[in-house]
Design a protein around this ligand. Structure first.
Ligand SMILES: Nc1ncnc2c1ncn2[C@@H]1O[C@H](COP(=O)(O)OP(=O)(O)OP(=O)(O)O)[C@@H](O)[C@H]1O
Length: 416
């Protein structure tokens, strides 16, 4: 299990992650969602000991990553698929990782088979496509047969067959009782892959709940109603009746009506009383994407000027307290100033004398110096914190097979 408590990371004036507390439990795929720049990669780096928290802590099986006994065999990670020495073949890349962690060479061939790269194993990875690179990164994560796996955007660049494969792989790993923590921007994919979601916005926790609860809490269901096509007056009549009963009725493109605010049996009764025949009356649940957009609409840092939601940041805080809109949408808290994102200026969060983490510090990206909002209000939509599961002793972790995290993310020979 991964457990974060009050996790905070500041890079100089920029607070990338603020007071994050969550648990990622074994036996499930936990999706890690958030808009660009919300702190997902920073959180993953802290989990893997590649960045030191400014405050709070994060542990794996009760230990900080750097104090995990035999860490490479307990934790596997894909953070950046491009973090390979392009001049090496896929097999040699994996072999070098395996040797560093005392993993037998036969495991390299095994994982090459698992990710489907066996036929190109002796080709230099610099000629690999984006999708092949992702597969190689996933192979590196699986090398140690670890109990805990972290994947940052694992389906990036994969074709539909590859996406399906990753989905089944994640589910399979979770079904084996492993802890699988995966970030993605593909909501449709997360809806199919994840059991549980942790959603952050501007470094703060917005939701920690099952996918099903997330959709139910953050979107409204509706009914689709269709009247006979040859009787438009029936449609008009029904619209008036349903609106009069307090329903919210919108026309759909195919001639149906989208009705919210009234339960299905009530719609049926009202139609019956008005002597309107129905060709369709069906319940509809919003998609994960709709629910996610609803929740994070105010926590998006980068938005096209053509997007009509660009003004949503100015939303007035709802009764739940500053920071949260009534529907669960995050709105900036007092003191928040929209930030122009600029290039990183080194690593201002690095304390004097602090050694760089094993993977090295990240390269320049997009920092956003500026004031950070004050302490967040309790999130009324976050699920109750789960009861911590018993932490397995380190010795009970994986099956002793092999390594783990691809800690080469930033510190590649290529980069040097
Ligand atoms: N080394 C650093 N120095 C300064 N700021 C940083 C550093 N690393 C990250 N940040 C800033 O912290 C914030 C969170 O970045 P992070 O990469 O964790 O977000 P993310 O959710 O992973 O984004 P994306 O979805 O775009 O990958 C961003 O504003 C980013 O610019």
């Amino acid at each position: 299990m991964i457990e974060a408590v009050g996790l905070t990371k500041r890079y100089g004036a920029k607070t990338a992650v603020y007071n994050l507390s969550f648990q990622v439990r074994p036996g499930a795929v936990t999706g890690f969602l958030g808009p660009n720049g919300s702190g997902k990669s920073t959180t993953m780096r802290m989990i893997l000991g590649l960045d030191a928290p400014t405050a709070g802590r994060v542990t794996i099986g009760g230990h900080p990553f750097r104090r995990l006994p035999n860490a490479p065999r307990q934790v596997g990670a894909l953070l950046d698929a491009k973090a390979v020495h392009g001049g090496r073949s896929a097999r040699n890349h994996l072999l070098s990782l395996a040797q560093l962690s005392g993993i037998p060479a036969r495991r390299v061939d095994e994982v090459l088979g698992v990710v489907g790269l066996q036929d190109v194993a002796r080709r230099r990875s610099k000629g690999f496509s984006l999708g092949m690179g992702q597969r190689l990164g996933i192979a590196a994560a699986l090398l140690g047969d670890p109990q805990v796996l972290l994947f940052d955007e694992p389906v990036n660049g994969l074709d539909p067959e590859g996406i399906l494969w990753v989905r089944n792989l994640m589910k399979g790993l979770a079904a084996e009782g492993r802890t699988v923590f995966v970030s993605s921007h593909l909501m449709s994919e997360m809806a199919l892959t994840a059991d549980h979601l942790i959603v952050i916005g501007r470094g703060q926790l917005l939701a920690d709940m099952s996918v099903r609860d997330f959709i139910a809490h953050h979107s409204a269901g509706f009914a689709r109603v269709r009247t006979p096509v040859d009787a438009p007056e029936q449609r008009e009549k029904l619209t008036a009746v349903l609106s009069g009963a307090g329903g919210h009725v919108l026309p759909e493109q195919d001639g149906a009506l989208r009705v919210s605010g009234l339960p299905l049996p009530r719609i049926s009764d009202l139609a019956h009383e008005a002597d309107v025949r129905l060709w369709e009356l069906s319940p509809h649940q919003a998609s994960l994407e709709e629910a996610y957009m609803q929740m994070t609409q105010g926590a998006v840092d980068y938005r096209s000027t053509l997007d009509p939601r660009a003004g949503l940041r100015a939303a007035v805080p709802g009764p739940a307290g500053p920071g949260y809109a009534p529907q669960g949408g995050y709105v900036p808290q007092p003191g928040y100033a929209p930030q122009a994102h600029e290039g990183h200026a080194g690593h201002p969060g690095q304390t004097p004398g602090q050694a760089p983490p094993p993977g090295g510090f990240p390269p320049p990206g997009t920092a956003a110096p500026g004031p950070f909002p004050g302490p967040p209000q309790p999130n009324p939509y976050a699920a109750p914190q789960p009861v911590p599961a018993a932490v397995p002793p380190a010795s009970a972790a994986p099956n002793g097979a092999t390594p783990g995290p691809d800690l080469t993310k930033r510190d590649t020979e290529e980069a040097r």
